[in-house]
Design a protein around this ligand. Structure first.
Ligand SMILES: [Zn+2]
Length: 259
């Protein structure tokens, strides 16, 4: 579909760029929890270790052409690869449509990329790597100076409130049940998110992610029968809450307060 509005042309270009970025995020998702370099070696098949030809490494397209199988050993390629590529493409294009060509677009693109990586690592390994969340805290604070939506006070309060509230919940839960419930990974993640979203974003994210997390948790527990101890990772819910805030949080808060 061709339209005269250059906005859509740029959104499409940024979508394609997001596919390529998503392809790199897939490498991060696979290698960071395995403590391997995200730069070298070039992509290889996790089943047969065969290097992947650049033509078989085109985002989305190669997955479709190869039918989701490695060309050498026919081992299955995880659906995560095209999923992460598409998600990143759509999120980047949405960021452009929401924030235009601005410093916010760049900062939020890095932020969204970090959340995508954290989400898929947490789903697969039940960890949130410090290598993303810890440097993400000062980076989020520094980058907040480029964001018109938050000032540095809100950013700093966001870091303190995000990590502080979750730390209190985690310690309280542990004290009450003598079990470790929430991981320290979530504490550091919300600290990082608070630096970029500000304190209002932290409160919004905690609220939305706990409501959605509770609903999903109850459904998952019923599906897995009550006696099974079924811990669900909280990182993906925090990320989803943060994304909802990024795109429409201020509007939702305004609507809620305005009645
Ligand atoms: Zn293979």
């Amino acid at each position: 579909m061709i339209t005269a509005d250059p906005k859509w042309m740029w959104a499409s270009v940024i979508f394609l760029f997001g596919l390529v970025a998503g392809s790199f995020l897939n490498v991060c998702i696979y290698r960071i929890p395995r403590k391997r370099s995200i730069i070298l070696p070039a992509s290889f098949c996790p089943h047969c270790d065969a290097p992947i030809h650049p033509l078989d490494n085109i985002p989305l397209l190669s997955y479709l052409v190869l039918g989701g199988k490695c060309r050498q050993c026919k081992g299955p390629i995880s659906l995560r690869y095209p999923l992460v590529e598409c998600m990143t493409g759509f999120l980047f294009a949405l960021l452009y449509l929401r924030f235009g060509a601005s410093p916010s677009l760049l900062v939020y693109a890095v932020f969204v990329a970090a959340l995508v990586v954290v989400t898929f690592i947490d789903l697969e390994h039940r960890i949130i790597p410090d290598v993303i969340s810890l440097p993400g805290i000062p980076a989020g604070f520094a980058l907040s100076f480029l964001l018109p939506r938050v000032n540095w006070v809100s950013s700093l309060l966001g870091i303190l409130l995000g990590s502080g509230l979750l730390l209190a919940v985690a310690l309280g839960y542990e004290w009450l049940t003598r079990k470790e419930g929430m991981g320290m990974g979530d504490v550091k993640l919300l600290g990082m998110m608070g630096g970029v979203l500000g304190w209002e974003g932290v409160l919004f994210t905690i609220f939305v992610s706990s409501v959605v997390g509770a609903v999903v948790g109850v459904v998952a527990m019923m599906a897995a029968r009550a006696d099974t101890k079924y811990a669900i990772p909280y990182g993906p819910f925090l990320s989803a809450g943060g994304l909802i805030y990024l795109f429409s949080g201020p509007q939702i808060i305004h609507w809620y307060l305005g009645g």
